[in-house]
Ligand binder design. Structure first.
Ligand SMILES: Nc1ncnc2c1ncn2[C@@H]1O[C@H](COP(=O)(O)OP(=O)(O)OP(=O)(O)O)[C@@H](O)[C@H]1O
Length: 231
């Protein structure tokens, strides 16, 4: 589904990415790990079309993500660490606004269903985003991704600052997205959550992907040990 080949990027003389190869299949949640500055955000920013790479390829269902950014934006949903929404609009209005921007026009009841399926309690649908907690904003962010029918969900530190209950709710929605055949790429420092939710993990070090592993049969303690030995 997502195939990344030999992605390279330098900032001046600093090589931020030294040839990254990555494959994510439908239904897979791939956790990208690594110390600060390892290159996780650079990888993500290139896939989202925010940064131009110096070399390499990335395709999603055979579509050239780097060469056709307009098409790519219809296939890829992005959930940043802090979801940017309009604070004076309600959750429902934000969802409708961003969906219409993406070319979708659903009924009000469909928007409500999407918010509810993402775990946002009904009374919050018509409250302004300005009064939401971070976890509630993340739920609207996931609803926007679902409404867009994206094939790939890209997330950068999506659980930072969320309490354990909010992480659990959030993880269930991400799993549901993957269970519907979507692929997920998540950069994170949260090793515990990466093991709990991820199907596969990659550990980056100084611009290289130095370890990939399956999460089956691995504990958070095993991962922490491997991570600390690797970075
Ligand atoms: N716009 C930029 N200009 C110059 N250097 C940059 C730029 N963006 C990233 N870098 C450098 O590229 C390297 C990789 O940074 P990147 O942000 O991708 O790391 P990261 O793994 O996401 O780190 P973190 O966990 O702190 O978010 C770092 O050395 C960083 O300083």
């Amino acid at each position: 589904m997502l195939t990344v080949q030999q992605l390279r990027k330098s900032y001046g003389s600093h090589q931020a990415l030294k040839g990254i190869d990555l494959d994510i299949a439908p239904g897979e949640i791939y956790g990208l790990l690594g110390a600060n500055g390892a290159g996780k955000s650079t990888t993500i920013n290139i896939l989202l079309g925010f940064t131009r790479p110096d070399g390499g390829r990335a395709t999603l269902d055979g579509i050239d993500l780097l060469g056709d950014p307009r098409k790519a934006s219809t296939l890829v949903a992005y959930l940043p660490e802090v979801v940017q929404l309009y604070p004076l609009l309600t959750g429902l209005e934000n969802l409708a606004f961003f969906s219409e921007l993406a070319g979708f026009d659903y009924s009000k009841s469909k928007y409500r269903d999407l918010l509810s399926s993402c775990g946002l309690q009904e009374e919050a649908h018509t409250q302004r985003i300005g009064s939401y907690s971070k976890g509630m904003r993340q739920k609207v962010g996931i609803a926007i991704a679902l409404a867009k029918n994206a094939r790939l969900l890209v997330m950068d530190e999506p659980t930072s600052g969320l309490d354990p209950r909010a992480v659990e709710d959030f993880s269930a929605q991400v799993r549901a997205f993957a269970d519907q055949g979507g692929a997920v790429l998540m950069a994170t420092h949260d090793l515990f959550n990466a093991v709990a939710i991820g199907s596969r993990l990659g550990i980056m070090r100084r611009g290289e992907l130095v370890h990939t592993l399956d999460t089956r049969g691995i504990s958070a303690a095993d991962l922490q040990k491997l991570y600390l030995e690797t970075i």
